[in-house]
Write a protein that binds this ligand. Structure first.
Ligand SMILES: *[C@@H]1O[C@H](CO)[C@@H](O)[C@H](O)[C@H]1NC(C)=O
Ligand SMILES: *[C@@H]1O[C@H](CO)[C@@H](O)[C@H](O)[C@H]1NC(C)=O
Ligand SMILES: *[C@@H]1O[C@H](CO)[C@@H](O)[C@H](O)[C@H]1NC(C)=O
Ligand SMILES: *[C@@H]1O[C@H](CO)[C@@H](O)[C@H](O)[C@H]1NC(C)=O
Length: 252
């Protein structure tokens, strides 16, 4: 009903009277079908535009981010009842063609504007395979409390994984793997509160500090079924560039 204006409704009623045989449902489809989306809210559209402004986008992947209804922008998904943005899929799906690595020419970079926090219903965030040049992952990411899926793999964040990520207690999938050799480390102190987690990938994240306790910590996660921790400095091997070998551990 979101898009049915009062005048459309009046026309609708008079049509019923005139024809008598058309069912209300048929007429409703004719006047108000759109695509069942209610359209995005002004405040969320502006937040997305601020996000766009902060990002570098050398191949203009966000060229569709114009106009009123941000739910129709590429990579943006909305709840079809509330119109609130619930998904941002900004994964870079282009590869460089030579070795199958991400294409830097198609990667977003720059900064992630905290306007992202306006998207309070965000459940799904994928920034994987972009190129943030080793900058610290902003800690405000931990305030996106409804997130169930967070994928920053191959996006070249560096520094220290912010402890705030432990606030994302609804996370089912967390992929922070494969940062293309940008040094990133963590003490895993945030992990214990992610009690819904089913999937965790920390490939290439330096876990050297956690040698004595990472296994019991991981083992406490009640829902974890898939764990990837290759090249995490958990052996005496030096930190190396991404290896294609995955260590997979199944726990129940
Ligand atoms: C709304 O979205 C849900 C979940 O994505 C989907 O199952 C449902 O069919 C959609 N409803 C309409 C009216 O599009
Ligand atoms: C995260 O993104 C990478 C690269 O885009 C993809 O290969 C991987 O499957 C994703 N992880 C999950 C848990 O979906
Ligand atoms: C998120 O986590 C940080 C550090 O773990 C904590 O200090 C902060 O109070 C938490 N914030 C919220 C909103 O829960
Ligand atoms: C994977 O590991 C095996 C055994 O450790 C090794 O022989 C192989 O070369 C590795 N493969 C790659 C692609 O690194």
């Amino acid at each position: 009903m979101g898009h049915c204006s009062a005048s459309a409704f009046i026309q609708l009623v008079s049509l019923i009277i005139l024809s008598g045989i058309l069912s209300l449902e048929t007429i409703k489809l004719g006047f108000c079908n759109d695509d069942n989306s209610v359209g995005c809210t002004d405040i969320e559209r502006k937040a997305l535009l601020m996000l766009k402004q902060g990002l570098t986008d050398p191949s203009d992947r966000l060229s569709s981010w114009v106009g009123e209804d941000c739910c129709k922008w590429s990579g943006v998904g909305c709840n079809n009842i509330t119109g609130r943005v619930n998904m941002l899929d900004l994964r870079n799906r282009y590869s460089d063609g030579l070795n199958g690595y991400r294409s830097i020419e198609h990667a977003f970079g720059g900064e992630i504007n905290p306007s992202l926090l306006v998207l309070k219903d965000l459940v799904y965030l994928d920034l994987s395979m972009n190129y943030f040049g080793g900058v610290q992952l902003p800690s405000f990411i931990g305030s996106l409390e409804k997130l169930k899926y967070l994928n920053l793999s191959g996006a070249s964040f560096g520094g220290i994984i912010p402890h705030n990520i432990g606030n994302l207690s609804r996370l089912l999938y967390l992929d922070l793997g494969n940062n293309y050799g940008h040094p990133i480390e963590t003490d895993l102190q945030w992990l214990a509160t992610l009690s819904s987690l089913k999937y965790l990938n920390l490939e290439g994240v330096n876990l050297a500090k956690t040698t004595s306790y990472w296994l019991p910590t991981v083992n406490m996660l009640p829902s974890l079924v898939e764990l990837h921790l290759p090249s995490c400095g958990l052996s005496i091997l030096p930190f190396t560039l991404p290896s294609i070998n995955f260590t997979s551990l199944l726990a129940t």
